[in-house]
Design a protein around this ligand. Sequence first.
Ligand code: NAD
Ligand code: ZN
Ligand code: ZN
Length: 390
Amino acid sequence: MRATCWMGKKKVSVEQVPEPQILNARDAIVRVTATTICGSDLHLYNGFMPTMQKGDILGHEFMGEVVALGKAVTNLKVGDRVVVPFAIACGNCESCQLENYSCCENSNPTGWMPEKLMGHATCGCFGYSHLTGGFAGGQAEYVRVPFADFGPLKVPSTLTDKQVLFLSDILPTAFMGAEFCEINPKKVICVFGAGPVGQLAVASARALGAEKIIVVDRVPYRLKMAVEKAGATDVINYEDHPLHETLLDMTAGRGPDAIIEAVGMEAHSTGAQYIVDKTKQKLKLSMDRPIAVRDAILGCRSGGIVSILGVYAGFVDKFPLGSLMNRGLTIKTGQCHVHRYHEKLLRMIEEGKIDASFVATHEMNLDDAPKGYDMFMRKQDDVQKIILRS
Ligand code: NAD
Ligand code: ZN
Ligand code: ZN
């Protein structure tokens, strides 16, 4: 089959690889009908996530048709149309029982690696390095789905791919980030990053009742979409206006009640600190560029909530612990517990209460995945989400 493979920094190619097989009784094989490139994939593409190996199959946001089932999977049948959560969860362990699915204790066969780096193992994820199990990803014609009796969500034929595909990752992620903010109509919510995750965080905050939503980015077409399609009320282009001062001006000097950080380890910024952060990351003195987290902590109202959705790999420099502690902030974060939100979000989509399809700006053939990665990284042609089909 054809699959998008990581071949080194800024190098992906579509290769012929063996088709996946059922290995365990709880496996399914899914023929991928639609998959996308996520901002998280850019962290792999740009070489910032450790433990990638040449030939690893990429992709963690996908949907498809069940074509084979292990003996223990009785809730699905061949032919079912399913959306698959990027985080692999067993459904049985203590973390899964607590609905902390991205902390599943059974799904990461290389859990010893995150144990060393992060103190404990994380869950397994599709196509997301050997820290998260080294599972083959979904930017391929077929994929093996472990714990298929628990993860995949059956989706009705009345909904289009664009309406349901993002249930695999960015819609529940964004919704979780908004839910973290304990929204009520009086609260000012701010979203850092107007990429696909940021856009859906705005839409989720709206759906949860937020009335004032400020979006921060530097890419004009993304800020425009945040207002015109997602429901933001105000935007700040941090290249044109000083971020901290502008946030204070917009909030009677207090700062937003909650800030959702949807940027991640490759944050950009202006000024000398950015050069220091970039150099440190390059020299591996700091694994991430924590610029957006830093700005979110410093910008958030005292007693407020900082909701971190952006992906980070390890240890960072100049973390404003003093501001966080002295001003009583709460940080909430995590890889999304995708399964937790599936039923609720599917219902909201069916009832027209949330619609993520507006972020799907491009469609390409799987063979053009290398072009898609380059385009998404460079933010060309007003790109947000690229849907790949084989
Ligand atoms: P993206 O790269 O398309 O978007 C990021 C946006 O942030 C860009 O528009 C960029 O211009 C903007 N940006 C850069 N520096 C900034 C700054 N200092 N302040 C404000 N904006 C800034 O990516 P995406 O697909 O929207 O994903 C965003 C992040 O969410 C990534 O780190 C991704 O890995 C992460 N993510 C996390 C989860 C999860 O489960 N927690 C799931 C999906 C994605
Ligand atoms: Zn993702
Ligand atoms: Zn589990």
